[in-house]
Design a protein around this ligand. Structure first.
Ligand code: SIN
Length: 358
């Protein structure tokens, strides 16, 4: 294996992009308390050096540090930068595939962002982009980062007939479409991988693969990547006991472009929100309704008829629905500039209707 030399960029290679996270984290007393650590401390080149002896022979790896952050601080500017790096790397005939090391806290946001902006591009070019991370810092006694990174590199370099180009996630020996990543546990080693639909890395299950292909067939056009300062402003509001109308009126006054409602149960929200939400909608604020439960579907007009223009998020939980809504609002604006009378709903409905892998 060879890594991280500029000269290697001129030979066919796998590109490994570092974004930070626990996989690049360091604990001050790893033996005593590995959960007391700082994320984003170690460079991606060092992460690769640690697994060098276990890598399949004949691979050339080139690493690039895009950021080294705790992903709870992920910004829209950084998503723009990552999206542009991924797009141009996919277009290069020398890049055979891309692995991204990332914090797990917002892995699902980056996953859906890359699926919606680069997924078709990756499929058409037959290249895989694989996101991975870790739940234990790099110097913890049983650090999970090295095996996750190895799995990601092995998967990205597997012959293409086995698994098509696209955007995937790998953690704890399981792989899934990146848009299915969903961190629903604070500390379990498989926290970002949803239980049932994922597949064992290296043993790709045919029914899972047919689900992947169904989604890829339905997602046929990538959305534009917003420039760093042109992301629409969208907030997530959670409905709960004792919710207040002022929560909605506050955001109307703040001039947000959209709101994602994380409703209770099947996605219903507190009755006190009904009137201010109608006002938000009449002022042109985009409204999407999801569920705070963290899994299952949100359906249109259930549990009550939706207000004018409000869309249900389907299988998207609130953090993913928020990225999807931002991209949908931006795509509609870009379409309008070229004379196409499309709305954010046209784009969002395509995303929310994508089939789920069961
Ligand atoms: C982060 O998301 O950067 C910290 C947590 C993690 O990677 O698991």
């Amino acid at each position: 294996m060879s890594t991280n030399s500029n000269s290697l960029e001129n030979t066919p290679h796998i590109l490994v992009l570092g974004m930070g996270g626990t996989i690049a984290g360091l604990a001050s007393k790893p033996e005593d308390n590995p959960l007391d650590y700082r994320a984003g401390q170690v460079g991606v080149d060092s992460l690769l050096t640690h697994i060098e002896s276990a890598l399949p022979s004949g691979l050339t790896l080139v690493s690039k540090q895009v950021a080294n952050i705790n992903s709870r601080n992920l910004s829209e500017e950084l998503l723009t930068e990552l999206g542009n790096v991924v797009r141009s790397a996919l277009a290069s005939p020398l890049v055979m595939g891309i692995v991204i090391t990332h914090g797990t806290d917002t892995l699902e946001e980056t996953g859906i962002f890359l699926q919606l902006t680069c997924g078709t591009h990756a499929l058409d070019l037959g290249k895989r982009v694989i996101l991975t991370g870790a739940m234990l810092p790099s110097n913890a006694p049983r650090a999970d980062g090295p095996s996750n990174l190895l799995d990601a590199i092995r998967w990205v370099s597997t012959p293409i007939d086995n698994c098509p180009g696209g955007i995937y996630g790998v953690m704890a020996g399981r792989g899934c479409l990146a848009m299915d990543l969903a961190k629903r546990h604070t500390s379990a080693l498989n926290a970002p991988i949803k239980d049932s639909p994922s597949s064992s890395v290296g043993l790709i299950n045919p029914s899972w693969l047919s689900g992947v292909k169904a989604i890829q067939a339905a997602w046929t056009e990538d959305l534009p990547i917003p420039q760093a300062d042109t992301w629409p402003w969208v907030e997530i509001l959670t409905s709960h006991a004792g919710a207040r109308a002022q929560t909605i009126t506050h955001w109307i006054k703040a001039n947000v472009d959209g709101l994602v409602l994380a409703g209770s149960g099947i996605g219903g929200f507190h009755d006190v929100w009904r009137t201010p939400l109608d006002e938000a909608s009449s002022k042109g604020i985009a409204l999407v309704r999801s569920s705070r439960t963290g899994s299952g579907l949100t359906y249109q007009d259930i549990p009550e008829k939706d207000g004018v223009g409000c869309l249900a998020a389907g299988s998207l939980a609130a953090p993913k629905a928020r990225i999807a809504l931002q991209l949908a609002i931006y795509a509609a604006k870009q379409a309008n500039l070229t004379g196409k009378p499309l709305t954010w709903q046209d784009f969002f409905a395509r995303i929310a209707d994508l089939p789920e892998i069961r």
